[in-house]
Write a protein that binds this ligand. Sequence first.
Ligand code: SF4
Length: 251
Amino acid sequence: MNGTVGNQPALRRQVRDIVLRLDDAYGRKTWVPYHGPLEELVQTILSQHTSDVNSERAYLELRRRFSTWEAVRDAPVDDVVDAIRSGGLAEQKARRIQQVLATVLDCDPDEPLSCLNSLPLDEAKAYLTSLPGVGPKTAACVLLFACGRPALPVDTHVYRVSKRLGLIDERVTEQQAHDRLESLLDAEDVYTFHVNMIAHGRAVCTARNPRCATCPLSDLCRYYRDMTQGSGVPGASLSGTNRSSESREQR
Ligand code: SF4
């Protein structure tokens, strides 16, 4: 049992249908490089547990105050804390960023993290998650956004919508969902699936009161099927349903 629901070929076909419908609804998304991997890694650490606006402000201030990554690494930690204060959890994030920079710059000072483009995907993930404070979501963000590699970041929207659709069962954690959902996707669909699932989670499949009546995925959705044809209890078609995880993410 790998935590996905049902058999893998059927789920892969279902996911392919979902990708195409989301592309129709929101437009197919194509990856374009924006940051290098080290920039993406620092920005993703800053984005943990705060809003995009706050983390962007912290990142820009960090880059304004320090001309190089070496300067960030070697600065008194209080100076880094001061620069990123708007991003929240500044002391914890400043220490993590300095630890990551010390490791990464020591390993390859000329092209830090360039190895991520050539390592097999599993090894690239393992390297990133060996760095302090880097979990599967941060690793996947770096690999997908900076390197264009087919690693799937699972944020709260991707996680919630995937569970409702029935792509993963309720017991799968957000951390476990990365590899399980990724295994259902063709490599060329990972980026558009990630971006459009977030759009769908924000606009239609919201945490509270999902707009199922207008959803283009309703005939593919376990939650909708349970609500309209079954017991009226979302997730009732699965044994061992854990309703508490849904409540947790809605807070
Ligand atoms: Fe979400 Fe409802 Fe659409 Fe299912 S049918 S994906 S629960 S909005």
